[in-house]
Ligand binder design. Structure first.
Ligand code: TMP
Length: 217
């Protein structure tokens, strides 16, 4: 399948020649931040308001998404894992671009920010600091710039509690990992202008805040 996206990092909003192009809304956050619930709520509210909306997520439900999940289960190398996420995104972006051109809003649970945050952490031991720039350039040819990226921030310890994981060595490893991902996300938020949402509050309140921002758009 060919990639329908012609220019790297095209702004979804900048495509003014197609007046009815939809908005591209992305939700990012560490595991347990509640972003999937909030993304689904936003999709449902838009539909209820009569705005066509598509709810989608990465890893996708496609066969490449299945490969990503398989790669995770079989502990593939961090490079293989990264390239699988990127392959999944290449196909997904072409589909997202189509939906946007059909005038649908697209609500996406994880997008390029997830690779820039999580894989910066997994690749740093192999590539050092240049991991961040390498990840940006690998993603650039098939990444659309979202109209808005919401970053749901939650203390990694609270996120772990929400995830309900048991105490033990694995838990501390995971907590350490999520702390590093959280740091990457905060850095990205500053650099790429993510909208920061305090996700430590009840999810209904979080959803209300996000909805108010979307409604203003
Ligand atoms: P999920 O729990 O939101 O479905 O995400 C699955 C896991 O995949 C989560 O731990 C984050 C990870 N992930 C990455 O590491 N890089 C990526 O690019 C994406 C999309 C997900």
């Amino acid at each position: 399948m060919s990639i329908a996206v012609s220019a790297p990092l095209t702004s979804a909003a900048a495509a003014t020649e197609v007046a009815a192009r939809g908005r591209f809304l992305v939700f990012e956050g560490i595991d347990g931040s509640g972003k999937s619930t909030v993304a689904r709520t936003m999709h449902e509210r838009m539909m209820a308001a009569g705005r066509p909306s598509v709810l989608t997520a990465e890893p996708t439900e496609s066969w490449i998404g299945d490969m990503v999940r398989r790669g995770n289960k079989e502990a593939a190398s961090p490079f293989t894992e990264t390239l699988l996420y990127v392959a999944d995104r290449a196909e997904h972006t072409a589909q997202i671009d189509k939906w946007l051109n059909e005038g649908k809003n697209v609500v996406c649970d994880r997008y390029v920010g997830s690779t820039l945050a999580y894989q910066a952490v997994t690749l740093r031991p192999h590539l050092g600091e240049p991991a961040r720039e390498w990840l940006r350039s690998v993603n650039a040819p098939f990444t659309l710039r979202p109209d808005v990226t919401f970053l749901l921030l939650l203390d990694p310890e609270l996120a772990m509690e929400r995830l309900g994981s048991r105490p033990g060595r694995e838990k501390f490893e995971k907590l350490d990992f999520l702390r590093s991902v959280d740091e990457e996300y905060r850095r990205l938020a500053e650099k790429d202008g993510y909208v920061i949402i305090d996700a430590a509050r009840p999810l209904e309140q979080v959803a209300e805040d996000v909805w108010n921002i979307i409604a203003r758009m």
